[in-house]
Design a binder for this molecule. Sequence first.
Ligand code: ARG
Length: 281
Amino acid sequence: MSAPSAPGRSQPTILMCPPDYYGIEYEINPWMSRSRASDDERARQQWKALFNLLTSLGATVRLMPPEKGLPDLVFTANAALMWNQVAFLARFRHAARQGETPCDEAWFREQGYEPRSLPAGWDFEGAGDALFCGETLFGGYLIRSDAGALQWLAAQIGCPAIPLQLVDDRYYHLDTCFCPLTTDTAIYYPPAFDDYGQRALREQIPRLITVTDEEAARFACNAVVIGSHVVLNTGCPQLEAELARIGLTPHSTELGEFIKAGGSAKCLTLRLDGEDAAVWP
Ligand code: ARG
C-alpha cells in the first residue's frame, strides 16, 4: 500500500502502548464490566492489526512502555493534549487511572516534548476530551473533564474554545461522539450532546456527518484520521459509505476487545504531531 500523508505536513506520528497489561480490572464507564473480561490473545491481535494498518497508511508509531497495574495505559489518547512540542498532561478523574500520568510525563520528557500540568483542582483527560477542528479547540466536559480546564488550555494556547457538555454516560469522552476529519468536516453523534452543544457544533463546523445509534455504539466516532484515510472499528457500514461519498477512504479493523473497556481506534492512539484537522496557533 502507498504511504499518503497530509499535504504540507511531515510524516504523521502516533503514540500507542502495547496491551501487555490490558484488561477489565475496574468499572469506570458503562462499557466496562469485570464479568466481561477481555481475551488477552485477541486483544493483542486486534492491537497489532491496528498498529500495522496505521503504519501501512504512512504513520510512524512510537511506543509507550506498558506498565503492570495500569490496564488503561493502552488508551494513549488520554495521556495529553498535544500542542506543538507541549504535552498538556491529563489529570484523571478516577483514581484507577491516575497512576498513568507519571508514566506519560516521563515518556514525554525523555522524548524531548515539554510536559505541562494543569492547575490543581481541574480534571482533564487529554485528547479524549479536547480536539481541534481548525484553530478551534472543542472540549467535552462534565463526565471526565472540567470546563475550566478547557478554558485554561485555550488561554495557554491562544485559541478559541467551544465547551460541549456530554450528557450520555456511554459517550463519556468527546472522542467517543465527535471526530474532526478536516478543518471543516467532522463526524458526530448528536444525542451525546445537549441542545446547546448540538447547535454549537452545527454553527461552527460547515459539514457534519451524523452517525446512527447503532454505529455510535460501535464507536463510529472514535476514528483515526491519516490524511484522507479514516481508520475505525468494524460494524459501521453507513458511516463508511458516507466517508467514501465525500472522498475519504475508510478502513475498518475489529477492536471488540477494547470496546469492552469503552475504547476503540482513536482512544488507542495519540497524534503527536497534531491531527490532520488541527490548525495549531
Ligand atoms: N477504560 C478507559 C476509561 O474509561 C477507556 C478510555 C478510552 N479513551 C478515550 N479516549 N475515549 O477511561
